[in-house]
Design a protein around this ligand. Structure first.
Ligand SMILES: Cc1cc2nc3c(=O)[nH]c(=O)nc-3n(C[C@H](O)[C@H](O)[C@H](O)COP(=O)(O)OP(=O)(O)OC[C@H]3O[C@@H](n4cnc5c(N)ncnc54)[C@H](O)[C@@H]3O)c2cc1C
Length: 495
């Protein structure tokens, strides 16, 4: 019954999307049929397009957002949810609500095929029913990525099965990210009644793995009788993720908290049912009750199996204007893209921060195309190499780094939380004006030595529960190169 209801909803959305009916308030549409803009995926770039596409542009279009999930998770807040520092709902944007508010139609469906020659996509409606086809005029993909897999026992040998116990081990993949938070809660609920130590293993030493190990440590040591967290990472240091100094600070924090570290060795094979994994290089077998697989991003298989788009190692190849190479009317953004040979291999990395920065470029370029402006009016995405990196340590503190400087404390977490919440607020309907209005306009006017002292002050002796003073120093560093250089050298002299 409910499946039937959902299916008829899909039909209704499709009918609306395809109805090129001019409204009386839209004179231009009476002479020109409206074109169909289809956004596939509610990723970090697309939600900005939904919220920011100018009204004048939308009048030329019928706009549809298709996602296989009703809500879009914001990765920046996920570790804080896992740590129990913020409610789960804060990490989500409700896509149907956002779409409706901005005159987009929302279709809950999984796209399975793109044919750029015939300008069609195929999709499976979420409520069930047969695959359907939709013809687009302009298409954009922001569908994220999936977790890079580790071989499981069924395909490999060399791992002795662990004796079966009453507790069924959990294996949690970090992507899709929206499933992660619920899966952690399920494990926690199942493990609460255990008398023996719960062994949690996080595989992957990238930013997600490190933050999750710290978040799980903070949460499960509170809620379970006995819990031991292990982080397995092929990287010996975390320099690739955070730079050397911040990477060392992350390792020191993990050690201080008693997280067991197995660094410099990857996972070779997992026995999912038995709750055991084997490390590479004849490393030891490690038993787990919960394994969190944070081994980085891999492209969705359907992109190579069922699209005619150009791909590089499975990622959709785009130019810096975010148009898919060889097409004029297909865009793509976020984790799912590769810039081919434009930048060095693997740059930019698969991180939400780049999808966020691509959003305004994508929105501008879709508008440019709709308005029929010259291709040179398109904007170009330039991925930044240095940005403020803020890592939540799960206990209400954080590690931050920028320009090679590392700073720690509760103010770092509060700053991170403020930035993440303010981002989410842009997509809340209605907005929380208190959050949106709170900003730091004043720039620090002290000396570089004072600025360095503020950033490195132990915890919060200077600013109580605030982070505004520290943020004003960071802002001045962004703008004033001389100040920045002096401040960085003050820090070097001091250490
Ligand atoms: C635990 C964790 C923490 C992280 N923390 C950070 C961080 O602090 N900072 C950072 O920069 N990065 C972080 N990342 C990485 C970040 O999550 C990703 O880089 C980011 O989410 C990519 O954004 P996106 O816009 O490409 O896609 P996503 O945000 O993944 O969105 C993709 C959307 O497409 C939809 N979709 C997918 N396939 C289909 C389909 N076939 N049909 C219809 N819809 C589809 C999905 O439902 C989803 O709505 C973290 C990752 C993890 C796992």
């Amino acid at each position: 019954m409910s499946g039937c209801k959902k299916f008829s909803h899909t039909a209704l959305v499709l009918k609306k999307a395809l109805r090129f009916r001019a409204t009386s308030r839209d004179q231009s549409a009476m002479t020109k049929p409206q074109r169909l803009l289809v956004l596939v995926g509610g990723g970090h770039a697309h939600i900005q397009v939904v919220a920011s596409l100018p009204q004048a542009v939308k009048r030329e279009l019928r706009c549809v957002l298709i996602s296989d999930s009703h809500s879009a998770a914001y990765s920046g807040l996920v570790p804080a949810v896992v740590a129990g520092l913020t409610p789960e709902k804060n990490a989500y944007v409700e896509l149907p609500v956002l779409a409706k508010h901005h005159d987009f139609l929302f279709l809950h469906a999984r796209v399975t095929n793109v044919d750029s020659q015939s300008r069609t996509i195929r999709f499976l409606p979420n409520g069930g029913g047969a695959e359907r086809t939709l013809r687009y005029d302009i298409l954009s993909l922001d569908v994220g990525s999936t977790t890079a897999g580790i071989p499981t026992l069924s395909r490999n040998t060399g791992l002795r099965p662990r004796p079966v116990t009453d507790f069924k081990p959990f294996v949690i993949y970090t992507r899709p990210i929206s499933d992660l938070m619920g899966s952690v809660s399920e494990f926690e609920a199942a493990a609460k009644s255990r008398v023996s130590t719960s062994r949690v293993v996080v595989a992957g030493g990238g930013p997600a793995g490190i933050e999750l190990a710290l978040a799980l440590d903070a949460r499960l040591k509170r809620s379970l009788r006995e819990c031991e967290v292990t982080l397995v990472s092929r990287n010996e240091s975390f320099a690739d993720s955070f730079g050397r100094a911040a990477g060392n600070a992350a390792i020191a924090e993990l050690k201080r908290r008693g997280v067991r570290l197995l660094l410099g060795v990857g996972v070779k094979v997992i026995d999912e049912k038995g709750g055991r994994l084997l490390l590479e290089d004849d490393g030891p077998e490690v038993d787990f009750d919960c394994l969190v697989v944070a081994t980085g991003a891999a492209p969705h298989g359907w992109l190579s199996k069922a699209t005619d788009l150009p791909l590089h190692h499975g990622w959709v190849v785009v130019g810096t204007d975010l148009r898919v190479k060889g097409t004029t009317n297909v865009f793509a953004a976020g984790d799912c893209v590769s810039f081919g040979a434009t930048f060095r291999e693997d740059f930019p990395p698969k991180a939400g921060v780049y999808a966020v920065r691509e959003g305004p470029v994508l929105c501008h370029n879709i508008s440019t195309m709709v308005e029929g402006r010259e291709p040179h009016a398109m904007k170009h995405f330039k991925p930044q190499k240095s940005f403020l990196s803020l890592l939540s340590t799960g206990d209400g503190r954080g590690i931050g780094s920028k320009y090679g400087l590392v700073f720690t404390g509760t103010w770092v977490y509060r700053l991170k939380n403020y930035i993440d919440e303010a981002w989410q607020d842009k997509f809340r309907v209605p907005k929380n004006s208190e959050l949106s209005d709170r900003g730091v306009d004043e720039e620090f006017d002290g000396t570089a030595a004072e600025g360095a002292a503020i950033l490195h002050a132990a915890e919060d002796v200077l600013t109580g529960d605030s982070f505004e003073l520290q943020l004003s120093v960071l802002k001045r560093m962004d703008r004033d190169e001389g100040f920045r250089e002096k401040l960085v050298s003050v820090k070097i002299q001091d250490t």
